[in-house]
Design a protein around this ligand. Structure first.
Ligand SMILES: C[S@@+](CC[C@H](N)C(=O)[O-])C[C@H]1O[C@@H](n2cnc3c(N)ncnc32)[C@H](O)[C@@H]1O
Length: 306
């Protein structure tokens, strides 16, 4: 008897065969139909553990994540152009088919954020904002109306499309900044942000994701919050998974797996603070006693004069 998980894997592999044979991943009836089927196949709660898949299915999964990410980029770019063609584009964001998902995801992330931080952040970084920066837009408009958002994207075209959308709103234009850079090339600036969001599609596999998270751990301000997007169960066929048991430099505060049409799981973590030591420890054995903490993320022992 074929178990539920085997049937799911069979369906995903079949959809992968069709998607990988497409001539283009740009929005059209065929592409939309196949990706809708893939999302509907992977959305229902599932006990599948993608780390236990066969090598062959693991390879299919990593290719499928890349294809889905590419298609998502085309979809966001396509709708960014359409929405920007209106006189007041920001009143037409709901033309984007997944706009309501972003409203829900942004509200979910905002509620998780406010649960772990009482103060309103002055400056937030969104890494991987794309041509349709809906998360920053929804946060800036609905939840954090005095916060400045620095939107980082490696793709200059994504940023020029995003800026074009925002330019119609003078107030938002002052608070939404678009910076073209690979986040791995941004270091000191990362210390400015009380909150850093990392898009699901920045870091498309475990190695890339860990490299970026390590980079953020080295450069974010002590005590700053990191909002990560991950995936759980069969949704891990669509997005990379963040390994919350291995986030050196961060304390994982909570992990939330939505069960509705919001696909991404949300992970919030805090950059370990510095440990301030009075200078009387500076040359004594006591500092050695603190050293093991460095291996657990307490990475800086700052010796301070009394
Ligand atoms: C298409 S958007 C999709 C955002 C989506 N809503 C999410 O949560 O992932 C992802 C963006 O990440 C950008 N990106 C990928 N790697 C990056 C990196 N290392 N630094 C900055 N931006 C990156 C891509 O250019 C792309 O525009």
């Amino acid at each position: 008897m074929v178990c539920k998980e085997d049937l799911l894997i069979e369906q995903v592999c079949e959809l992968y065969e069709q998607i990988s044979s497409l001539d283009t991943l740009k929005p059209c009836k065929n592409v939309d139909t196949l990706f809708t089927k893939l999302v509907l196949t992977c959305m229902p709660p599932s006990s599948i553990d993608v780390t236990k898949l066969s090598t062959k299915v693991q390879e299919i999964r990593s290719k499928l994540i890349r294809l889905s990410g590419e298609a998502e980029g085309h979809l966001e770019s396509h709708y960014s152009t359409i929405i920007a063609s209106y006189n007041n584009p920001l009143n037409h964001l709901n033309i984007f088919p997944y706009y309501s998902n972003y409203l829900k995801l942004s509200l979910l992330e905002f509620n998780i954020l406010t649960k772990h931080s009482t103060n309103v952040p002055k400056k937030v970084a969104f890494i991987g904002s794309g041509p349709l920066p809906l998360t920053s837009l929804v946060l800036a408009s609905n939840h954090l109306q005095n916060t400045i958002f620095h939107n980082y994207d490696i793709d200059p075209l994504a940023n020029s499309k995003a800026s074009c959308l925002i330019s119609s709103d003078p107030e938002l234009s002052k608070r939404m900044v678009f910076i073209t850079n690979d986040i791995l090339d941004v270091s000191n600036a990362l210390k400015e942000y009380e909150v850093v969001y990392l898009a699901a599609l920045v870091g498309m596999n475990v190695e890339e994701k860990n490299q970026i998270i390590d980079h953020l751990a080295k450069n974010m301000a002590p005590g700053a919050l990191l909002m990560l997007r991950s995936a759980h169960g069969a949704r891990a066929f669509l997005y990379p998974v963040v390994d919350t048991s291995n986030l050196p430099g961060f304390e994982v505060l909570s992990v939330f797996h939505p069960m509705d049409e919001v696909i991404n799981s949300v992970v919030i973590a805090r950059k370990y603070p510095m440990v301030l030591l009075p200078n009387k420890y500076c040359c004594s054995d006591e500092v050695q006693a603190f050293k093991p903490m460095i291996n657990h993320g307490i990475e800086e022992l700052v010796v301070e004069d009394n």
